[in-house]
Design a protein around this ligand. Sequence first.
Ligand code: 8Z2
Ligand code: NDP
Length: 265
Amino acid sequence: MHEADFGVAGETAIVTGASQGIGRSIAETLAAGGANVGICSREMDRVGPVADEINDSDVDGEALAVECNVREREQVEAFVEEVVEEFGGLDIMVNNAGGEFVAPFEDISPNGFDSILDLNVMGTVHGMQVAGEHMREDGGGKIVNVASVNGQHPAPNESHYSTAKAGIIQLTETVATEWNDDGIRINCVAPGLIQTPGVAETLGIDSEDMPPRDQVDRRIGYGEDIADVVQFLVSPAAAFMTGETVTVKGVPRPGNSMQHDLGLQ
Ligand SMILES: CCCCCCCCC/C=C/C(=O)SCCNC(=O)CCNC(=O)[C@H](O)C(C)(C)COP(=O)(O)OP(=O)(O)OC[C@H]1O[C@@H](n2cnc3c(N)ncnc32)[C@H](O)[C@@H]1OP(=O)(O)O
Ligand SMILES: NC(=O)C1=CN([C@@H]2O[C@H](COP(=O)(O)OP(=O)(O)OC[C@H]3O[C@@H](n4cnc5c(N)ncnc54)[C@H](OP(=O)(O)O)[C@@H]3O)[C@@H](O)[C@H]2O)C=CC1
């Protein structure tokens, strides 16, 4: 009788941008599943406590926090190297660090547009190439990139971010065809609106009454909604999936969904 295997126990994972929000949920979920996790953010003061919390808990996975700006190639190389040394390999790479500001296209300076492409696209390129090198030497691995529904559907005042996230979706599909023979599966998750500190800051959407997770028809998602799908994508259960983008956005419905209100349908 077949039993589905969603396990990650004993694997080593890296999650970028894990001091808060979706990245933190992914790191905690994988650690609770028994994976050792290397996590980073731009500030040790912010990401260190997340590792402490995981290490002080009774989950099986251990955490290592490293200060790393994903826009800086050398920092990504040093981060990955430290995790490989600490945990003895690298099986899973989650390129989550990303962000935006909201502005009309005509008000975004060349440098402003470039900063969002650099953070989201080049941050992901650095993570994929550096992790990929270790995975090829080690006989394979799994990569998950975090895009957005903004990379799939138009919404006003998100031109730079939507361009970047669409790029991440293409990057995922293209490199998946190239690294297939190396045993590296690469998939992508496209979250709808998720309750995180970043969304509170950028869009002014703060803690509202959150309906329970078992309700699909709600305005905004939890970090765990994304983390669970990421765990599926890196697990043996997704062995026949590569180059895919999985959208996780609940039910966007007029008058009901925040995404619809924001122009993302
Ligand atoms: C509605 C539908 C919703 C649809 C909603 C759908 C869901 C989307 C949810 C997404 C959620 C998230 O990603 S939440 C994440 C939220 N948090 C963040 O993103 C914060 C992270 N921020 C950063 O990493 C940075 O600040 C980042 C924006 C990349 C810029 O980094 P830099 O170091 O390059 O910083 P700077 O030098 O200050 O800025 C670079 C240039 O960008 C310009 N710039 C910076 N902020 C700007 C702003 N608010 N408006 C215009 N321009 C701005 C500056 O003027 C500079 O250009 P010049 O003046 O020309 O030099
Ligand atoms: N929340 C949402 O509705 C959606 C989010 N997304 C995507 O999900 C991902 C996470 O978003 P969310 O959790 O909301 O964002 P948050 O702003 O809440 O968290 C972003 C995380 O990334 C880190 N980070 C930011 N820039 C860098 C950098 N240059 N190098 C390393 N770490 C960095 C931050 O840490 P620190 O500040 O400590 O450096 C923080 O841990 C992003 O890629 C975002 O675009 C996609 C669709 C919807």
